[in-house]
Design a binder for this molecule. Structure first.
Ligand SMILES: Cc1cc2nc3c(=O)[nH]c(=O)nc-3n(C[C@H](O)[C@H](O)[C@H](O)COP(=O)(O)OP(=O)(O)OC[C@H]3O[C@@H](n4cnc5c(N)ncnc54)[C@H](O)[C@@H]3O)c2cc1C
Length: 471
């Protein structure tokens, strides 16, 4: 299908053509332009995943929305592939490209908090931890995911499931507006009244429709939480019971239970390192007394190996991360209805048999505010799903990858309960059918029609791609 693509017909990739186009770009462009001879090129081209190693022809680091529009024009004019990068955590490696253009938003970090109206405009170079930390100073919060270094660009556009999901829904359920630069380079204010179809598509449809330069979020008062980590022995009973307790808990409480090989954390006895444990990441978004009450049944599931649940500021859920962490990992995402003793025993069997340096089944309890949003209200549709699962294994090099990928596939198949849907932000580079699995047919058709309006030539195609209708 590539020849049908208008941009692909041009003389893509000729260095001289790019050099000329960059010369034409420079006078108006206020951000940074990095080619391979630049001292910051090597560090800037790096993304989170350890097995993604690509060399873009040019990395543009725009200083603002006008620069973003100029970068999009450069891609249109040269025909080079265009990757959009916010926090660089794409599991599919979509935020970089060999020989193409990367529009890297990391220098766009303006954050304008309106404390009295409890809203904020945030530029998309910000990370989840940066926004959360700044909001925390005002006792305000919005939920992103479980990892502070993830960019707000990617996580918001896919949905955003994290520590406040049961109390306040997905990140997109708190999205009020966005500034978007679609393929034609115009600058759009998008909200429920302006470009409502595009506003719908942005809430779960990923990076298909243009570059979002900033989001406006609704914020919630959250002066403190009770939360942190609870480590328990992993038995079929504790694993099944924690998910039952998480579903039955007040919706202030969101739980992510990881059945996993114990990392060498200093507060875990050394003899446990590498053995299979249950690590719950929990947030009670409310006052301390009610939080302690809600957490009591979890502490009673077994004698905790370590109990690190405590009253804290929400921002403490994202501790500063040191050094460069670029894992080699394979994973599979899916939804399941329930975890009973047999399901839990299956997980433990596989986890105990694997020799992966780190292996995990991550179970996220959904429900609450997440489930009250009608399935057709946003491009993200899986509102009736009860538990989001990620099966993951780290591997040690290319030779080790197939065995770990097979393990992930087999365990995911053993846990499958008939639901083939998937959360778009956790899908890796898995082919078109898996992208389709992120959307029901009617959602897919609507997304394809909206794509045709805002990106008819599929300029934004390095993503979980929804091709424009009729392309
Ligand atoms: C360690 C880790 C933990 C995670 N935990 C969670 C979690 O708890 N909850 C959750 O929901 N997800 C989670 N994710 C998944 C995460 O939400 C996605 O990988 C997301 O796409 C990453 O966003 P990013 O901006 O960092 O990535 P990037 O790689 O920069 O961007 C990913 C894609 O998003 C699009 N995009 C990004 N910014 C823009 C923009 N401004 N305009 C247009 N398109 C854009 C582009 O298509 C881009 O290819 C996690 C991922 C990792 C690696």
């Amino acid at each position: 299908m590539a020849p049908k693509h208008k941009a692909a017909k041009k003389s893509a990739g000729k260095p001289s053509a790019l050099a000329q186009a960059l010369d034409a770009l420079r006078p108006a462009y206020t951000g940074r332009i990095l080619t391979s001879d630049h001292t910051d090129y090597e560090t800037t081209r790096t993304v989170f995943l350890g097995d993604v190693d690509r060399r873009p022809a040019v990395i543009l680091r725009p200083a603002g929305t006008a620069d973003v529009a100029r970068g999009i024009a450069l891609a249109r004019d040269t025909g080079l592939p265009l990757a959009i990068r916010s926090g660089g955590h794409s599991g599919a490696g979509h935020s970089t490209t060999d020989g193409g253009i990367v529009l890297d938003l990391r220098d766009m970090k303006a954050l304008d908090i309106d404390v009295s109206n409890r809203t904020a405009w945030a530029e998309t170079g910000l990370t989840a931890a940066e926004v959360t930390g700044a909001l925390s100073e005002h006792g305000l919060a919005i939920g992103f995911g479980d990892t502070g270094t993830v960019g707000i660009g990617g996580i918001t556009l896919g949905g955003g499931v994290g520590f406040l999901v049961r109390k306040h829904g997905l990140t997109i359920d708190n999205l009020l507006a966005a500034e978007v630069v679609p393929a034609d380079g115009s600058i759009l204010h998008v909200d429920a009244a302006n470009h409502p179809d595009l506003f719908w598509a942005l809430r779960g449809g990923g990076g298909n429709f243009g570059v979002v330069t900033r989001f406006q979020y609704r914020l919630h008062e959250l002066p403190s939480i009770v939360g942190g980590f609870l480590f328990l022995p992993a038995t079929p009973e504790t694993v099944a019971r924690i998910m039952a307790a998480a579903a039955a808990a007040p919706e202030e409480l969101s739980t992510i239970a990881n059945v996993m090989s114990a990392p060498p954390m200093p507060f875990l006895p050394e003899e446990l390192h590498g053995s299979i444990i249950l690590m719950a990441m929990m947030v009670y978004a409310g006052d301390a007394e009610a939080g302690e009450k809600a957490l009591a049944p979890f502490r009673a599931l077994g004698t905790p190996l370590a109990d690190m649940l405590r009253p804290m500021a929400y921002a403490e859920m994202f501790p500063p991360e040191e050094g460069e962490y670029r894992p080699l990992a394979v994973s599979h995402t899916m939804f399941i209805e329930k975890v009973d003793g047999d399901d839990a025993a299956t997980m433990l069997k596989f986890l105990n048999e694997s020799d992966a340096p780190l292996r995990a089944v991550q179970l996220r309890a959904l429900g609450g505010a997440y489930a009250r949003v009608p399935a057709d209200a946003t491009a993200y549709a899986h509102r009736d799903a009860r538990i989001m699962v990620n099966v993951a294994a780290f591997y040690e090099g290319p030779a080790d990858r197939p065995a770990k990928a097979a393990w992930v596939k087999d365990l995911a198949a053993a846990l499958h309960q008939g639901d083939d849907r998937a959360y778009v932000n956790f899908i890796n580079d898995e082919g078109a059918a898996r992208t389709r699995a992120a959307y029901p047919p009617a959602h897919w058709e609507r997304l394809a029609a909206i794509k045709a309006e805002y990106d008819p030539d599929n300029l934004f195609r390095l993503n979980q791609n929804v091709p424009p209708e009729k392309l």
